[in-house]
Design a protein around this ligand. Structure first.
Ligand SMILES: NC(=O)C1=CN([C@@H]2O[C@H](COP(=O)(O)OP(=O)(O)OC[C@H]3O[C@@H](n4cnc5c(N)ncnc54)[C@H](O)[C@@H]3O)[C@@H](O)[C@H]2O)C=CC1
Ligand SMILES: O=C(CO)COP(=O)(O)O
Length: 353
């Protein structure tokens, strides 16, 4: 991917420093409409819709971007009989996944994946991870050659413009990272770039497994001390697992927004936590799928399937004993162990851990 960059003279902050979107600078640099970046958000769930809203407020403000933001919608028929896409385009609101929040008139919902991406060079992937493979396969040969893409990291309350933050992980090209930061940054959504793609990705992914464990603790009414202990041990497993898989992962990434902050917010308030709490209150008698469908009404949990994927890696590599929290979460969520096993697992902690 070779992005055409228009903002080469941006003075980049040091790694880990917060970047303030250089509003006036960008406006003066890019005037040529043919070189403006065009953005498509691939996904329109809860976070996908928030992302589209955030981005749309910035594309209007910054002349380096086309105003219009396309949002690919996995089409569904609402109870009213209307198509979700039609309702979004008529009301400017995702009434199913982000009700009560206007997305911005420059957000255009599109149920056709190919048409949604065809003119865009900045692709924002934000669907539940279980659908990503199928979507990527459908996109082969359909996207512009100069496309850049980002897979999103976190934040829930920003749709109502409460202060929040996020981390962009990048590999080598700081300028590309900077453009993504500009696209997302607002006064209420602080975005930081760190040179650690794997670390950022794994933080966002693995913390959902810890959030399931935190939900079990809540469901069993074990209190805050136990929950804090589970979160600390979870963070330790997140770090150990990430570094075993990718030795390049940096310790400092775990202290960024994508690390400890996202872990805390998801373990205190997220959907994984909420559904796991209900599952544990039921003593694991109803399956996660059942509880999820009932409680989330179409939104999707990531923690349970992530725990299963992590378990596969651990089994394959012979690391199960090194990661008792991760493996216990999987065993509980598949009904092999009762929810109470979440605190019993600590007896299995290896001495060196
Ligand atoms: N909600 C949040 O606070 C945050 C979510 N994320 C992550 O963003 C990703 C997307 O989450 P949300 O936007 O919250 O989604 P969501 O869970 O609110 O909604 C599920 C979405 O999946 C779509 N969908 C259902 N079946 C599908 C299929 N077969 N193919 C493609 N799409 C299908 C639905 O139409 C809907 O748009 C997840 O990986 C999540 O962990 C990341 C940060 C924050
Ligand atoms: O990944 C997420 C937030 O970072 C989603 O968390 P929940 O699905 O638990 O709300």
């Amino acid at each position: 991917m070779a992005p055409a960059l228009e903002a080469k003279q941006v003075v980049l902050p040091q790694e880990g420093e917060t970047t303030v979107a250089p509003n006036n600078f960008l406006n003066s640099v890019v005037n040529d409409a043919t070189h403006r970046s065009k953005v498509t958000v691939i996904g329109s769930g809860n976070w996908g819709s928030v992302a589209a809203k955030l981005i749309a407020s910035n594309t209007l403000r910054l002349s380096s971007f086309h105003d219009e933001v396309r949002m690919w919608v996995y089409e569904e028929t609402l109870r009213s009989g209307e198509q979700l896409t039609d309702v979004i385009n008529r009301t400017n609101e995702n009434v199913k996944y982000l009700p009560g929040i206007k997305l911005g008139k420059n957000v255009v919902a599109d149920p056709d994946l190919e048409s949604a991406v065809k003119d865009s060079n900045m692709l924002v992937f934000v669907t539940p991870h279980q659908f990503m493979e199928g979507i990527c396969k459908r996109l082969v040969g359909k996207i512009r050659e100069d496309s850049e893409a980002i897979s999103l990291v976190k934040g829930m309350e920003i749709a109502v413009e409460k202060f929040s933050e996020a981390t962009v992980g990048y590999r080598l090209n700081r300028e590309v990272a900077e453009r993504w930061v500009q696209l997302f940054y607002t006064h209420y959504f602080i975005v930081t770039a760190v040179q650690d793609v794997e670390g950022v990705e794994l933080c966002g992914t693995l913390k959902n497994v810890v959030a399931i464990a935190a939900g079990f603790v809540d469901g069993l009414e074990m209190g805050n001390n136990t929950k804090a202990a589970i979160m600390r041990l979870g963070l330790r497993e997140m770090k150990a697992f990430s570094k075993l898989l990718f030795p390049s992962v940096k310790d400092s990434t775990f202290f960024e927004s994508c690390g400890v902050a996202d872990l805390i917010t998801t373990c205190l308030g997220g959907r994984n936590r909420k559904v796991a709490e209900a599952y544990a209150r039921n003593g694991g008698k109803r399956s996660f799928d059942e509880v999820e469908a009932e409680m989330l009404q179409g939104q999707k949990l990531q923690g349970v399937s992530t725990a299963s994927e992590v378990y596969e890696v651990l089994s394959h590599r012979g690391w199960l004993e090194l990661f008792p929290l991760f493996s216990t979460v999987h065993e509980i969520s598949t009904g092999l162990l009762p929810p109470s096993a979440i605190v019993e697992y600590s007896e299995k902690l290896p001495k060196s851990f």
